[in-house]
Design a protein around this ligand. Sequence first.
Ligand code: HEM
Length: 449
Amino acid sequence: MHTESHNPMVIDTLPLPPGSTGWPLVGEALALTANPFKFMGDRATRHGVVTRSRLMNKDLAILAGPEAAAIFLDEANIRRAGGLPPHAADLFGAGVVNQIDGDEHRRRKRHLMHTVDAEALAHYLPVIRRHVRARVAQWSKAGEIKLQDACIVLTQELIFANFAGLEPDEATLLRYARGYADFGKALFGLPLALPGTPLARARAFSQEMRQTFSQVVEARRTAPTGDGVSRLVASEVDGEHLATQDIARELQHLMFAASGLSAWFCYGAQALAQDDTLADRLRAVVSQLGADPSGRELLESPELVAFVREVKRLALLIPITAIGVARQDFAVAGHRIPKGWLVLWSTYASHTSANVAPYASAERFDPSRYERGEGEAPHHFAPQGPGEALTSHRCAGVEYSTLVLLQFFVELLRAPRLTLPAQDLSIDMSQLPASWRSGLRVRFGTPTG
Ligand code: HEM
């Protein structure tokens, strides 16, 4: 397949992928925004590893599965610059890590990975533990809460503390949470910045956050701490240091990227509340850990790690990697992707679609699948993008999010038993991340009502 993907003689003769170009002018944009998860899943189920689509006036190839991941990762095939719609690129700030390629990307990524290397994670863990513990205690005391809102606030609290060294008050955390929610709506919504629209609000918020982060950078230049900003200020790659504006922009992107963690907290909490056997088994595992387990102890618990992997695989966060552009004609599974097409790899379809996902009963929540070796082969388990962090666009936050999730579930499993009061547990999949319509009400310490 790899050879075929590059041989121009062969590629010229190949048909375009199966699929639809949708309606004039809009293409399939309406179906995509109505439910991006279903959109990706349906296409993989119907057509397999490659589907043709069209968004507004742009042709799009949707890829799924491990073999397509290898082709997608090849920089001769795909560039990221120019892939995002202009309003989205502008919100992140031109030239941040998700929009650059080649050596420039490698250098930038090496800087960023200093915020999540082993030393950084060891420094963050006590801070994570302190916040998670306090929140879980607060929730259990309240008895019944809407977990979704609570986890959104907790996520903001963690990432601001770890990466920016800031501990905003509750009202400010809520405002930041709303700001990043607008950011998400604006990125995936219509590019109209009329007053009162999410895009107008997201632009104002983005500007405010960049100013806040710039001030933090300046403060850390004179008095460094162990937070992410201080690590970026100190970072030197091939003799290059980052300018204040670059750090502020990267931090803005990173904060938005990290804010989805809340959906993983919720998904895992629901899985525990719905499966007493699983929860009891994990509670027994947690009872064997010390009061304040180190990162290594957490990672050396196969049952907890398998649980976190399964949450990452199935929780509905974002259905795709970033969108790239075909640099040249190339082939995927006997079909030609012409130069200039938009191309994406669907994380959602790649992990859940029966047709392409390399998992037995892929839709089932089953952490024990990892004991049987599922997810081990290259690009089989890539919910945060395929490839290696330093040489591809794979998420910078893979290890950080694993650590945060492990610590979160440890504290949750140590709290009074979690149950779900009667409620509509359906999920609105037009939101990113997908959101529980009921807000996911949970009760600590009483049987299911
Ligand atoms: C909450 C769950 C998260 C999910 C589902 C997620 C998923 C992803 C995905 C799919 C990508 C694109 C990969 C690609 O284009 O190939 C990505 C990129 C990225 N993520 Fe995450 N991520 C999460 C959390 C985080 C966290 C906690 C951080 C903070 C360190 C982070 C930082 C980044 C960065 C900096 C990139 C851009 C990497 C690049 O372009 O080289 N993410 N993430």
